[in-house]
Design a protein around this ligand. Structure first.
Ligand SMILES: [Zn+2]
Ligand SMILES: [Zn+2]
Length: 284
């Protein structure tokens, strides 16, 4: 899939509306210092911890808690954090649980229009080990919501292939990872990009399918259909996690492919998988 400009576009223009994630989660080491809904630092005298998992997650406000707590519990994330081995990283598995809850109706092979590079990943010992570790965690939850190992594996492959690292503008490093639908994941990466992306705070509300200045080549109606479907569903676009915006960094001609860059290659979590891979953006 590739995204092409639907019009001549000048430099420094947003080519997508702010897109909510399908799923997002804080990195493990920030669970007690950041809000699990908006991913921002708690910085509050009285954050709202969730007592059922011994305050493994907290929220910065009643609205953040209302947006995320039902998903935290019903995805199985709360159970996972209650029972996890202390040394095991859980971020990928927690996003995978949230993805499965969000897209339970979708095919494991192509969850929500997201592409999974499963066969190529199996060839890479380190990456496949990361997938297997997440699957084992998901299957270890006592009251687990994941029905089969195949389902857990499909979700982990999608997360490792498509998730992007989220970073605050001046923060010391990524705060978590987020998974976005075709409105973002269908952009290819390039060594000579003509667009970049940034994160903006979460807010409720639908996405306007007519506010894109790009369109997926060959499947012009697919993106609009997906956006409309998600807008309609009660459990469609999530009401938590940062929204992502793609912006031009060069003038782009009508019909030209719009690509985002491979960002900071020094980031430890960075992987380059297929057309996307985990990559780093900035929360403004
Ligand atoms: Zn919050
Ligand atoms: Zn909990």
């Amino acid at each position: 899939m590739e995204m092409r400009a639907i019009d001549d576009t000048c430099m420094a223009r947003d080519v997508t509306p702010p897109l909510p994630p399908i799923a997002a989660a804080l990195h493990d080491h920030l669970l007690r210092s950041h809000c699990s809904s908006c991913l921002r630092p708690l910085n509050l005298p009285h954050p709202l911890p969730h007592s059922a998992c011994s305050a493994a997650v907290s929220y910065c406000s009643a609205s953040c808690s209302a947006a995320d707590l039902p998903l935290h519990v019903s995805s199985g994330e709360c159970s996972l954090l209650r029972s996890r081995p202390l040394s095991a990283p859980t971020t990928d598995a927690r996003v995978s649980l949230r993805l499965l809850l969000h897209l339970r109706r979708s095919s494991p092979a192509r969850i929500g229009g997201l592409w999974s590079n499963r066969e190529a990943m199996k060839e890479e010992e380190e990456v496949w080990g990361r997938v297997e570790e997440g699957v084992a965690l998901m299957m270890s939850i006592a009251d687990r919501r994941v029905s089969t190992e195949e389902e857990a594996e499909a979700a982990m492959c999608v997360v490792v292939t498509n998730a992007v690292e989220v970073q605050f503008g001046t923060g010391p490093g990524p705060v978590g990872i987020a998974l976005y639908g075709p409105g973002f994941s269908w952009f290819n990466h390039s060594c000579s990009p003509n667009a970049c992306y940034r994160f903006v705070p979460a807010w409720p509300g639908p996405v306007d399918p007519d506010s894109f200045r790009v369109s997926p080549a060959g499947e012009e109606s697919a993106l609009k259909a997906w956006i409309c479907d998600e807008n309609r569903l009660y459990d469609g676009f999530c009401r938590y996690g940062p929204r992502i915006v793609v912006r031009s960094i060069k003038p782009i001609r009508k019909g030209e492919e719009v690509c985002v860059g491979y960002l900071d290659l020094l980031q430890p979590k960075q992987q380059t998988w297929g057309k996307n891979g985990s990559s780093l953006g900035t929360l403004t």
